[in-house]
Each structure stands twice: as structure tokens, then as C-alpha cells.
Design a protein around this ligand. Structure first.
Ligand SMILES: C[S@@+](CC[C@H](N)C(=O)[O-])C[C@H]1O[C@@H](n2cnc3c(N)ncnc32)[C@H](O)[C@@H]1O
Length: 277
């Protein structure tokens, strides 16, 4: 019988650490050795393999390696998220970004708004952005509004597309938004069609050398994703975000992150909120 968890030698750890960094940008320190064992042992059992060396060979050379890399990545990513996580970001959208955008449109006639939740996990962040946008623009006419939501983990993207969440998951949503933008289901809530129609979920690896989107964004959220990246990977990613933002576009990052090392690209506005310089 195969064991419930497998040993991971120092040499195997180095191989997996490097493979995971190449595939996802995620940098696993020595303390994360147990994490690899805990999260990947099930895959070894599923594939009837005896040890991590055999799994590594499978990932490099098996005809189904592409599929298995996807399973491995889905198990390694950390997907913790919440509706309206770091509420002040949504207050800033509602009270600063959107009113300025509406005022500007009166002068320029431009009524296009593009927002991006990069590393969207199971969709709570993207739907929070969409609800805030729907609320702010509820009395406006003729706007073309889209929220792009991307992640490299295909399991979380599937959940995100369904838009169905257990009752405890929607607890951070205000009663007003819950009544307006959700439909009660037997075992939870589903995001309503109006909000779903604003959000486009796609698989995208932020490590790809260039992003495929042609249009630039007014707002990018990339929160609690780069905490697992090393400095060099993070810098390269934020250079790409800089190119993907419209002039004076807004960049929102996670509560423990900072862009102070990239001052020439992003102007600090307030805690974890920056503007393209
Ligand atoms: C901790 S969650 C954060 C979710 C959300 N942004 C938030 O702050 O609540 C991090 C997400 O980033 C995704 N991620 C990690 N590396 C990625 C990469 N290279 N490309 C795209 N997404 C990635 C993970 O799959 C995961 O869903």
C-alpha cells in the first residue's frame, strides 16, 4: 500500500522549489518543505508513484505532464481571499477614483472603465470590485465597464465563474449589497446576473513574459499575490503592470506589501494605494 505522505529529500526539495518558481513565481523557503509534502503527496498516490523523484520525472517527461503541472500548481497556490478584504480599498474606489472618473468623462466624453483583479482566487475580490462599480455608476448612462479577473489556478477559477458562495463567506458583504446583488440559494448565495455580466474570468500566469490584453486599465488590484515572489520577480511583474495601466491609473496592493522600491513607476497615495507616475 502507498504511504499517506512521502519523504522529500534535500535534493528533491531543491528540484521542486526550482520547478515551482519557474512555473508560478512562488518562492518557497526552507520552512515550506512540509508544505510540498502535505500538498503533493495525494498526487503521488493518485498516479501510483513511489517517491518524489518519480513525480519530478513524470512532470518533466510524461505525455500528460502539461495536465499534471496544472494539478501541481493548483495544489501549491494559496488562495485565501474574502469579499471586501481591506475595505478601505473599496471606499477609495467609491469616494475618490469613480467620482473623478465621472467628472473627467463630462469633459472628455470618454465612458470606458477597465478594472483588473490579478490573482483573483475564487472571485470574491473581482465581484467586490464589480459591486462597488455598479453602485457608483448606478445613475450613469452609456458606460462600457468591464472587470477582468485572472488567476493561474484553474480550480479557483471554476468556483469564481459559478459565483456561488456559502453563507459564512458572504458575511463581509453589507446587507444592502447582499439584497441588491445576490440571489439566495438553498445553501448560500449566488452573485446576480447583472454583476456576473461585468466580470470576465480568464486563466493567466502573471509570470508570462507579456500580457495578452490590448487595452490598458484604469485600476489594477494585485493583492496578496507577490508576498510569495522574490524581489526580482516582483519588480519585473510591477513593470508589466505599469505598462498595462492608463496614465494616472491606480494600483492596489496587499496590506503587507509596498512599492516604495519602485518610486519612479508608482506614486504613493496612501497605505497600499499607488498611482502610475
Ligand atoms: C492569497 S490569494 C489572493 C486573492 C485576492 N487577490 C485577495 O487578496 O484576496 C493569491 C492568488 O494568487 C494566485 N497566483 C499565485 N501566483 C500566480 C501567478 N504566477 N499568476 C497568476 N496568479 C497567481 C493564486 O493562485 C491565488 O489564487
Amino acid at each position: 500500500m502507498l504511504p499517506s505522505s512521502f519523504d522529500l529529500s534535500e535534493q528533491e526539495f531543491i528540484l521542486f522549489k526550482e520547478l515551482i518558481r519557474r512555473e508560478t513565481g512562488i518562492h518557497l523557503s526552507e520552512t515550506k518543505r512540509k508544505l510540498i509534502v502535505a500538498r503533493l503527496s495525494k498526487r503521488l498516490r493518485m498516479l501510483n508513484l513511489d517517491n518524489f523523484t518519480q513525480y519530478y520525472t513524470y512532470l518533466r517527461a510524461h505525455p500528460k505532464a502539461g495536465c499534471e503541472i496544472e494539478h501541481m500548481v493548483n495544489r501549491i497556490t494559496t488562495n485565501k481571499t474574502d469579499f471586501f478584504r481591506e475595505t478601505y480599498h473599496f471606499d477609495f474606489l467609491l469616494n475618490e477614483v469613480f467620482p473623478a472618473k465621472i467628472r473627467e468623462s463630462r469633459l472628455t466624453g470618454e465612458r470606458v472603465l477597465r478594472l483588473w483583479s490579478a490573482g483573483c482566487s475564487s472571485g470574491e475580490e473581482a465581484y467586490s470590485i464589480a459591486m462597488t462599480t455598479a453602485h457608483a455608476f448606478r445613475n450613469e448612462k452609456g458606460w462600457d465597464i468591464k472587470v477582468l479577473a485572472t488567476d493561474l489556478d484553474t480550480d479557483v477559477l471554476e468556483k469564481a465563474v459559478s459565483g456561488v458562495y456559502p453563507t459564512q463567506v458572504v458575511s463581509p458583504v453589507s446587507r444592502d449589497y447582499l439584497a441588491r446583488y445576490f440571489i439566495r440559494k438553498q445553501s448560500g448565495y449566488e452573485v446576480c446576473k447583472q454583476i456576473k455580466s461585468l466580470v470576465f474570468f480568464r486563466k493567466l500566469n502573471l509570470m508570462d513574459p507579456a500580457f495578452p490584453m490590448r487595452r490598458r486599465f484604469d485600476v489594477i488590484f494585485c493583492r496578496n499575490v507577490v508576498i510569495y515572489f522574490d524581489e526580482e520577480t516582483k519588480k519585473a511583474l510591477f513593470e508589466k503592470f505599469h505598462s498595462s495601466l492608463k496614465d494616472r491609473g491606480f494600483m492596489f496592493i496587499g496590506h503587507s506589501e509596498s512599492l516604495m522600491q519602485l518610486r519612479e513607476l508608482f506614486r504613493y497615495l496612501k497605505h497600499t494605494i499607488y498611482q502610475k507616475a
